[in-house]
Design a binder for this molecule. Sequence first.
Ligand SMILES: Cc1cc2nc3c(=O)[nH]c(=O)nc-3n(C[C@H](O)[C@H](O)[C@H](O)COP(=O)(O)OP(=O)(O)OC[C@H]3O[C@@H](n4cnc5c(N)ncnc54)[C@H](O)[C@@H]3O)c2cc1C
Length: 564
Amino acid sequence: RANVALAPPVCSNVTTSQTWDYIIVGSGAGGIPLADRLSEAGHTVLLLEKGPPSTGIWGGTLKPKWLENSTLTRFDVPGLANEIWHNPTGVVCTDVDQMAGCVLGGGVAVNSGLWWKPHPADWDYSWPEGWKSSDLVDATTRLFERIPGTTHPSTDGKLYLQQGFEVLTSGLNASGWEFLVPNDHPDRKNRTFGHSTHMFSNGERSGPLATYLVDASERKEFTLWMNTTARRVIREGGHATGVEIECSKNAAGHAGVVSVTPGTGRVILSAGAFGSAKLLFRSGIGPKDQLNVVKNSTSDAETMISEESWIELPVGYNLIDHVGTDIEIAHPDVVFYDFYAAYSKPILNDTEIYLRNRTGILAQAAPNLGPIFWEIIPGEDGIDRHLHWQARVEGSKNTSMTITQYLGTGSTSRGRMVITPQLNTRVSVPPYLRDANDKAAVIEGLERVRKYFAPISNLTWVRPASNQTSTQFVDSIPATPAVRCSNHWVGTAKMGLDDGRVANGTSVVDTNAKVYGMDNLFVVDASIFPGMMTGNPSAMIVAAAEHAAKKILALPAVETVAAN
Ligand SMILES: Cc1cc2nc3c(=O)[nH]c(=O)nc-3n(C[C@H](O)[C@H](O)[C@H](O)COP(=O)(O)OP(=O)(O)OC[C@H]3O[C@@H](n4cnc5c(N)ncnc54)[C@H](O)[C@@H]3O)c2cc1C
């Protein structure tokens, strides 16, 4: 009937009698593998996710008409990956001023699935003892056995619409670059190129949602609550006793306080670089200025832990993202495919072959990515800076390719995130090009690529214009998230040996991923990264979660530190 408002779904109140060995907040790249490994070790695990289900196997429902008779949702189909930019409602986090997925799977439900075995320097350059590339061998092996990734996602083994790949790699070949299968040679990221590599399997998104989470869900020790938002960690001094939760808006989730097993239980925050930092602030852990914002907010004034129990740590500092610099070329051979139209006005043959046997262009990630190519630029400060270039068939013309240059490992610029009185997170200091050598690497990389593409006949430059110097071009792009953002945010709860409670200390978690000043509160997700990596981050975050699980499981059952 018209004009009858539906009653809001009711949240179930939790029973206080049940306790959990581990409560994990957030089901993204960090949270899912942790939940699997901890429940595999026989511990009871409660995984809290504020968002609704995403992929079909978890009960997701968001889908275009052409998927109506299938179990798949828009999240399952690689060719619909960029729908997040067209239709973000109900999918993206509304409390973050950047793009982030707030559905089951977080970033690994909404991203393009790019999947890279980390370069050894990604660990060795900035991570502390115990987290060097040699320490991560087992974790990386376990991860890539589970999710090997593929350069050829269509189940017929073919790549579709590769004209753009051929055009650009003709220039790289002519300039002496080498083609390789990227994940077979993670340590070779200098003047090499390859096909884009994705976590996809069987022509579908796959990744942690289809592997780790499936295995966890088959264990009696594991419980998943979706549509359930963690407000804060409940703690007595340095000991977390549980998590206060509330149901997400317009959803039937859970509400109340969930408790960890008395004495031995642990809480792990895996809510993403902004989400975990926000939860720390709301739990009285962070810089004093941010804790005061929470204390003075309408929503938390009454529940905020008293000031004597605050733990002052540099949460929100050390914010990092790949510095993104977009260039654009055009070439008559390039063929554009309208992936956005594939949602509502698809090409019938493409949806038919995808539905029949997961073949064709829709098994590839939108918007037709590749080639991906790498070069290392030595800096005057003695630091090698890694550039990862990612091309896609998209731009201002039908024959355009946009190529994003990501400045990663070796970059030294850092920013800051803060919380507003409405308890939304905000990037207050953008982390882009604050260091002269970072900027020099970006300019030098661009200068070189212009030379590498020079042998390509009929290629025209759209951006930078041919009469613009590389320095002028880089200077013309503001160093703000609006134009530089790569959606690869990390670093807000940095791991390190220098305890952030002490003067000049910069770290929020120790090398067991445990928050300084707490005996049973951990952070395991993008937040703990001390520095940037070469390629897109999700596989490295899963590897970090594998390693962290091992370290956490090896800790003595009861470990008590003095209350702050
Ligand atoms: C549009 C886009 C495209 C990207 N493309 C790629 C790519 O192709 N390849 C790649 O490697 N990386 C890509 N990334 C980055 C990658 O997805 C992220 O770096 C990664 O997912 C971060 O992992 P995480 O575990 O730290 O957080 P997330 O994956 O963001 O997971 C955090 C989870 O916590 C939940 N949460 C937050 N707060 C709360 C709370 N209070 N209570 C309960 N739950 C909460 C969120 O809903 C979310 O599910 C992309 C990111 C975006 C946004």
